[in-house]
Design a protein around this ligand. Structure first.
Ligand code: NAD
Length: 479
């Protein structure tokens, strides 16, 4: 069992606190690793050294160096992909097949952003015969990247790759439960000389201590946060004191809208898969399934059959479709929502904690489907972050759109129909950062994603995702 250290100024070191956090396998309760429970003092050192590395190197001005460094990191991760995927599964519980997808996504983000590093272009203009201007894109400086535990590798690199490609220095604060996998990834960066020593730091610890110290630190220029809407709101308020830039990728309660002409089996099975993936602990989970009334009962049968066919178990088994819930606290929260749903509506399938030899030491919930709930129910409105699908019925296209937009969230949505005109009409009216038509969960390094309403501010991925990590400067020349 390994104890992971912080990575600051190109050196591995213990926290000042002398205290550790446990990293626990949620499928077995076994201790996987220890990480540092760091303090504001550790943050102070990390911010100072990242700032020094940023100002004392050519990182911000040498795009070839950055592209080269990111490509080397991608290669190093690829060479250890299987070992990293296994650790991710142990620490987070997700099926190994999903863990592999995450690692591949991180590699892809690095390679995409390595190319982008050499394409951060500005513009020129000539407003008068005696004047010439140009618009430059510059790095912001020192950025804190704060990540969640649910997709701790892909989401880290979704932000880290453009942040570094744009020429910034970075301090990474991973979720408490996933510090070990993050440290293993940083260890690969540590061996690449193209990265200036100290340009990237890792400080593990509690959000309320390490995360908070980063948000309040005057020398941190930007906070890039992926996590819950509740914490995002707190960070935004705190960042206001320092007039810091924030990029927020927050929660979701995403609908799939299935019309009567859709390929019903494909629509329902894909929608279910999008929710039960990562045991429903995924921001873009299609947690609401809205179906036209004429095919509703058929859809219920398909969804029930699909949920009951899922193999729930330890993520390291190749056959596992759905793993455990991350923690006792999260398990209690999910069961609470299920009980609420049982009181207010109908349980179509599941609705209980799994028990028995294979499950007793872990935190498993049966894939659950609920319906007959009022649109105002907290089960319909709030993010459960567990394997709980809510099915709803609609009569008309207008009603489907109204129901789709009824929650405070706006992260993603799916539209299922063979009618292209309807698909475009609905896609335009649904308030969501991503709308898939006849598919779901297809994310690409080159396509922006992010939230409307309470699901976030700013965009990750794509050209806009990289530009989030830049300042814009106008230089004007009188001729
Ligand atoms: P969380 O908000 O509890 O924690 C996220 C990160 O913030 C962790 O590193 C945590 O330590 C830190 N943190 C907590 N309190 C803090 C504070 N006061 N100051 C600074 N940092 C603090 O979220 P979580 O439980 O780790 O992740 C689940 C949530 O993340 C869900 O709501 C999910 O929808 C959301 N999420 C969103 C996206 C997206 O792309 N929109 C992706 C994944 C997860």
């Amino acid at each position: 069992m390994k104890t992971y250290l912080n990575y600051i100024n190109g050196t591995w070191m213990s926290s000042q606190s002398g205290e550790l956090l446990d990293s626990i396998d949620p499928a077995t309760g076994a201790l996987v690793a220890h990480t540092q429970s760091s303090t504001a003092h550790d943050v102070e050192l990390a911010v100072q050294t990242v700032s020094d590395a940023y100002t004392g190197s050519d990182w911000g001005s040498n795009s070839h160096r950055r592209a080269n460094a990111l490509l080397k990191w991608a290669d190093a991760i690829e060479a250890r992909a299987e070992v990293l995927a296994a650790l991710l599964t142990s620490e987070n519980g997700k099926p190994i097949r999903e863990a592999r997808v995450e690692i591949a996504g991180a590699i892809d983000a690095l390679r995409y952003c390595a190319g982008m590093a050499r394409n951060v272009f500005g513009r020129t203009f000539q407003p008068a015969a005696d004047n010439f201007g140009f618009i430059m894109k510059e790095p912001i400086g020192v950025v804190a990247v704060i990540t969640p535990w649910n997709w701790p590798v892909l989401l880290l690199f979704r932000d880290l790759a453009p942040c570094l490609a744009a020429g910034n220095g970075v301090i990474i604060k991973p979720a408490e439960r996933t510090g070990a996998i993050t440290a293993e990834l940083l260890a690969l960066l540590a061996d690449i000389p193209a990265f200036p020593a100290g340009i990237a730091a890792l400080v593990t610890g509690l959000g309320t201590v390490v995360g908070n110290a980063l948000v309040e630190h005057p020398a941190v220029d930007m906070i890039c946060f992926t996590g819950s809407t509740a914490v995002g709101k707190v960070l935004m308020q705190k960042a206001a004191a320092g007039v810091k830039k924030v990029a927020l990728e927050l929660g979701g309660k995403s609908p799939n809208l299935v019309f009567e002409d859709a390929d019903l089996t494909r629509a329902i099975e894909t929608s279910c898969r999008s929710l039960f993936m990562t045991s429903g602990q995924i921001c873009m989970a299609g947690s609401r399934l809205l179906v036209h009334e004429s095919v509703y009962e058929k859809a219920v049968d398909i969804a029930k059959t699909f949920a009951e066919s899922l193999r729930v178990g330890h993520g390291r088994l190749e056959t596992t479709d759905m793993g455990p819930i991350i923690s006792e606290k999260q398990l209690d929260k999910v069961l609470h929502y299920i009980e609420q749903g049982r009181r207010e509506g109908r349980v179509i399938t599941g609705g209980y904690r799994l028990r028995g030899a294979e499950y007793d030491n872990g935190l498993f919930i049966a894939p659950t489907i609920l319906d007959n709930l009022s649109p105002s129910s907290c089960v319909v409105q709030e993010e459960i972050f567990g394997p709980v699908l809510v099915m709803e019925k609609f009569r008309t296209e207008e009603e489907a759109i109204r129901l789709a937009n009824i929650t405070p969230y706006g992260l993603s949505a799916g539209v299922w129909t063979k009618d292209v005109s309807r698909a475009l009409r609905v896609a335009r009216q649904v308030q969501a950062g991503t709308v898939w038509v006849n598919g779901y969960n297809k994310s690409y390094a080159e396509a922006e994603s992010g939230g409307y309403k309470h699901s976030g501010i700013g965009r990750a991925r794509g050209v806009e995702g990289l530009m989030e990590f830049t300042e814009t400067k106008h230089v004007n020349i009188s001729i």
